[in-house]
Design a protein around this ligand. Structure first.
Ligand code: CS2
Ligand code: MN
Length: 358
């Protein structure tokens, strides 16, 4: 288990690399050029600059999250080849600075979706919340609420410029069924995976969050069967997964430890976090501790351990603690994620110790 931490970059994250250095066990930084919108060229100088900042503090640059996929690729428009060429150019450039895994997603229009960013938990902390009944047929309402709640912080997948054209985007996806979206993903993978094999970068698709279709848009990475289908469609170790327990865990029917046991050799990046799912389908993000939510995090770590997992791991989101919501990006405060790192490493180390004393 190779522990990492998502960092939004100098001047774009109140948490510095020097802070992160003090969290025990963190070896790598999960990074990106966060000002780039999907389809834009990534210049080598910019890539090199961030990679140098990261390595100068002793961290690895091995994981990039995300290189976002342009909507034209997801929709399957004729312009998709141009955007796939740009994607390939980025993959090649990233391979020159030690990148080994690229996390991305194939969700139409929205990346993760929530209805509240600062829902108070019984202990007075607050966290991202999803209220099923609040998802109406009017995505505009939800978008406005989320963007307003985030204040000055930019959030990946929530680019205001792109979402300003919501009606056009929805119209463009009108004919994209689940089947069509899957075909478009396959087309994309068939073009990029040979390059990934050549430059030794593994692609790791992030599951849909939440793990069901919303606003009538198809979602294709949300369960054991949909994941199996995607992995089999392009059967290369370079076509792999970001296994996010927070996203897949929104559907209690997903047996996460069983999925890890089945897919471990294709999981290149593990997002580990807990969610508490209510009977009516609402869910809230909670601490990493298993008993605080619906995901048995210790069992999740055990499933990785059993399979000798050597891939990259990060605590995904955290609650906002001790008033930090005023100066952190929603879900990406310092404290709860740092507690998460310690919980995950605590479980891992105890499993390792038990193995040694056997
Ligand atoms: C992340 C996702 O913050 C998060 O929820 O796990 O936004 C993730 O970065 C993207 O889906 C990957 O493309
Ligand atoms: Mn995730």
């Amino acid at each position: 288990m190779n522990m990492t931490w998502r960092w939004y970059g100098e001047g774009n994250d109140n948490i510095t690399l020097d802070h992160i250095r003090q969290i025990p066990g963190v070896m790598g930084i999960v990074w990106s050029l966060h000002d780039k919108v999907a389809g834009e060229v990534w210049e080598m100088e910019r890539i090199q600059e961030v990679a140098d900042q990261i390595t100068s503090k002793g961290f690895s640059t091995a994981v990039v999250e995300s290189v976002n996929v342009h909507d034209d690729i997801k929709i399957g428009l004729p312009t998709r080849d141009k955007y796939i060429d740009i994607y390939i150019d980025t993959i090649r450039k990233l391979s020159k600075v030690g990148v080994k895994v690229i996390c991305y997603n194939f969700m139409p229009v929205f990346d993760w979706t929530r209805t509240e960013l600062y829902k108070e938990l019984p202990d007075g902390s607050n966290a991202l919340f999803y209220e099923k009944a609040a998802i109406t047929n009017h995505p505009r309402e939800m978008v406005d609420r989320i963007l307003k709640g985030a204040g000055d912080f930019t959030m990946p997948g929530w680019e205001p410029e792109r979402l300003a054209k919501l009606d056009e985007l929805f119209a463009a996806y009108a004919d994209v069924t689940e089947e069509k979206l899957f075909e478009n993903l396959k087309y994309f993978l068939e073009r990029i995976i040979p390059v990934c094999e050549e430059v030794d970068i593994k692609m790791a698709i992030h599951p849909d969050d939440p793990a069901w279709p919303i606003f009538g848009l198809p979602r294709i990475i949300r369960s054991r069967d949909t994941i199996r289908r995607m992995l089999d469609a392009v059967d290369s170790p370079y076509n792999g997964l970001t296994f996010c327990t927070g996203s897949l865990g929104t559907n209690p029917e997903n047996d996460l430890p069983a999925m890890i046991r089945e897919f471990h050799d294709r999981i290149h990046f593990a997002h580990i976090r807990n969610v508490k799912v209510f009977d009516n389908g609402d869910f809230i993000e909670v601490s990493h501790r298993g008993r605080d939510g619906s995901v048995d995090i210790a069992e999740v770590v055990k499933a990785y351990h059993e399979n000798g997992f050597t891939g990259y791991v990060r605590p995904d989101h955290g609650r906002h603690l001790w008033g930090e919501e005023k100066n952190c990006r929603p879900g990406y405060g310092l404290y709860d994620r740092a507690l998460g790192v310690m919980y995950l490493l605590g479980v891992w180390d105890s499993l390792e110790n038990a193995k040694e004393t056997k």
